[in-house]
Design a protein. Sequence first.
Length: 82
Amino acid sequence: MVELPGHRAVEGETVDLSSAGVCLTLPEALELGAQYRFHIDRIVDGQEHRMDLVGRVCFCISRGDQFRVGIHCPEMQLEGDF
């Protein structure tokens, strides 16, 4: 989930996750260069874990009715299996 201005949120799907950031598929575009708060829910060893993150949009590509969005998260730390 990505928090948008005006206390709105948009749900998406994680495409790729790395130590430098994340690539998401979202139903709407995010502003290039803008900073957003978001979280990713993931399951590790059968338990759900939430990662609360802040990152800056480095690309946003239209794909039909969806958008592929790359977000750079310099403070992201990955633990567990992916």
